[in-house]
Design a binder for this molecule. Structure first.
Ligand code: HEC
Ligand code: HEC
Length: 292
């Protein structure tokens, strides 16, 4: 019942600012929300399912192995167990679904949205909506959003949009930013670091990373994520220009094929990649998406 207070507070704030809570509300006017602390997970069946969801989220490699086709865990892109603002936190997501997505031209439930991250970001196969893994993940998200007003845009939800930098994003400049700020953890060849089967530093490109259909392969998404969250624990230290440049460099490397591949890169690009990305482009003499 603690949640009632949080809801009341949140609703008051909404009333005071007199704004609409529809998706697309500017972040500056969005509702501030703090997810509940881990110590308050109830000691019952709901609590056990919440914990299972958190385990899957943090160590997908272990707890949802059969659905994963790369070396990533959910937490690699949704930091601090899905709690960190500006890294598409689960509490920010929970209250904005069901939502219409142009990616599949349907209203998606949260479960369907998560299925997308399994298919593309985890380069795997989606667990069924009624599978124990999916139920646990949705339950964990439900609990993290306890007390948040349904349909609200919460401050820190999603990844913040990054305004275009002064100069057009550049691969060569990005390579230098990468060597100086990223390589130490993510490796010379973007391969990350995996020790005893545990992903210590996630791969950014190559066969063990996310595929060409994942949201992160879009340069605008990656630049926004990187600006707010990288180098690890030093978010917002790169300039906007550096974030755009390094995102361009990272997303100009080969990665697993888009699962929607039609058999032809140019056609797949036309059908699915009308966006800020390098799929199907020729970089250093190679067509991206063409070598796998
Ligand atoms: C390679 C990075 C990456 C990985 C790994 C990843 N995601 Fe995502 N996820 C994204 C991106 C990018 C978005 C789109 C965010 C946006 O549109 O603001 C997203 C969106 C989401 C959303 C919707 C967020 C919102 O606010 O609408 C949920 C929920 C989600 N992911 C859950 C998961 C789960 C569960 C896993 C693990 C099974 C996972 N993600 C793995 C990158 C990733
Ligand atoms: C100190 C080590 C470190 C440095 C330096 C660092 N990262 Fe990361 N990065 C991480 C870790 C760890 C994660 C996963 C976060 C987690 O699981 O909590 C991550 C996650 C990511 C992700 C999302 C996951 C994926 O596989 O795509 C991207 C993209 C990323 N980093 C890009 C960068 C870029 C670009 C730089 C340089 C500007 C950088 N990182 C610097 C440690 C680092």
């Amino acid at each position: 019942m603690k949640n009632t207070i949080a809801t009341a507070l949140a609703l008051t704030m909404l009333t005071v600012s007199g704004m609409s809570v529809a998706a697309g509300t500017p972040q500056s006017k969005a509702t501030v929300f703090t997810p509940p602390s881990e110590a308050t997970i109830p000691d019952d069946e709901y609590g056990r399912t919440i914990r299972m969801g958190k385990n899957i989220f943090d160590d997908t490699q272990h707890y949802a192995k059969q659905y994963v086709g790369n070396s990533l865990n959910c937490v690699n892109c949704h930091l601090a167990s899905g709690r960190k603002p500006d890294s598409a936190p689960l509490w920010g997501a929970y209250v904005r679904y069901p939502a219409y997505r142009t990616k599949n031209n349907k209203v998606n439930t949260l479960g369907q949205r998560i299925q997308g991250c399994f298919k593309f970001s985890m380069n795997g196969k989606a667990p069924a909506i009624d599978s124990p893994e999916m139920i646990a993940l949705v339950t964990y998200a439900h609990w993290l959003s306890s007390g948040a007003p349904v349909g609200a845009t919460l401050k820190g939800a999603g990844y913040p949009k990054l305004a275009k930098a002064a100069a057009a994003p550049d691969f060569i400049r990005g390579k230098t930013v990468y060597a100086e700020n990223c390589q130490i953890c993510h490796g010379v060849d973007g391969e990350g670091k995996i020790i005893d089967g545990k992903t210590v530093f996630p791969p950014l490109w190559g066969s063990t990373s996310f595929n060409w259909g994942a949201g992160m392969h879009r340069i605008d998404n990656a630049a926004a994520f990187i600006k707010a969250n990288m180098p690890l624990s030093k978010g917002n230290t790169l300039t906007d220009q550096q974030a755009w440049d390094v995102a361009t460099f990272v997303m100009s490397h080969e990665r697993p094929q888009d699962p929607r591949f039609t058999g032809d890169v140019a056609q797949t690009k036309k059908e699915y990649h009308d966006e800020d990305c390098k799929y199907g482009d020729t970089v250093n003499g190679k067509v991206l998406g063409g070598s796998n």
